[in-house]
Write a protein that binds this ligand. Sequence first.
Ligand code: FES
Ligand SMILES: [Fe+2]
Length: 414
Amino acid sequence: MFSREENELLTRVGPSTAMGNLMRRYWLPALLSEEILMPDCPPVRVRLLGEDLVGFRDSNGKVGLLDEHCSHRGTSLFYGRNEECGLRCIYHGWKYDVEGNVLDTPAEPADSDFKRKLRHTAYPCREVAGIVFTYMGPQEKMPLFPAYEWVSLPDDRMHVVKSYLQCNYLQGIEGDFDSSHTTFLHCNNLADLARLNRDGAPTLEAEESDYGMRAISIRQLGPDKSYVRISPFIMPAFSIVPGPATAKFEENDSRAFRFWIPIDDTSTWFYILTMRDMPFSAEERASARSWVDAGYRRIRNAGNNYLQDREHQKSRSYSGIKAVIPAEQDGCATESMGPIYDRTQEHLGYSDKTIIALRKVLLRAARSVQEGREPPHIVTDPKLNDFSRLRAVKGVLPANGSWRELPDLEQGVV
Ligand code: FES
Ligand SMILES: [Fe+2]
């Protein structure tokens, strides 16, 4: 059973918490590039791991992420003037650059050296794949930016969307390592009841790896074949899930890297970065974000009961939620657990095997940092910084074949 102490340890992410310290050791998505598209555009509020920040793009196009509250007397820099390579507080004109240097304190006497003594909290940023990443950990421990597949993929081969989730990040990411729910929650055709009987209870395996863990699910496809799906969990809260089962199982043309990023203990930004080997059209890009509004809030949310249609639930789909993408149905399942689910109340079964393994990996990593040891997947050696072939895998095997024989695995993909 999961203890109260373990639940607290994994779900609290603010400054100085164990999980917060762990998360701060990695580059994390902070916002989308499109939110601050042009130099000197209006700044945006960014809340991340319980810290209130302001993101802005300076006159040279450089992105900064500053503590929201002015070092002088705390006025919000969200209202600031973004001009001439810095963000200026509207109260007394103090001006900051993207690195947190105080460039100007115009209300002070000309000979004041205030500005040289002060440094405003600023986190380093890197823009990759339409996402602004930041590093909020100790300066001397800053890792290399891991070279995942999307780091070097042309822009037209990917698109990204983020969406707000009104619950703790762990509830979200646990869904990615919960293979059996797909059969039920995401069943959009009740006529396919045979499918429910066939693959509702897959065989599960979990294996730790240097980047985190891989979760394996195996479903029988009849007497002589099985269907295998393998999903990597990547430290500290990222995942790759295989695309939907297709007629040609070996065809995995579209793949999604998913980031579950705590805004604070009870809310999450969920980023989906979708990639494939062919360019995406403008229509495909628009449709990929048609389930969120301009502020990245979900159209189907707790406030409208996810627009659940009881008639549809009777006649067509298992959930009654007519989703554009499965994440909308996931949102109902995970948000309705409450802001931070009390895991001492759950009853875990065999189907939760990979979730249990995921929690173990996270607990061990959080405790490592607490005890002054290094957590997994902190990339420091440029020669070992190649994760371009880290992918989810799906495939068909002979009934008693091992998932290790999948051809992609032999090529070292996962
Ligand atoms: S509070 Fe910002 S300049 Fe005074
Ligand atoms: Fe799901």
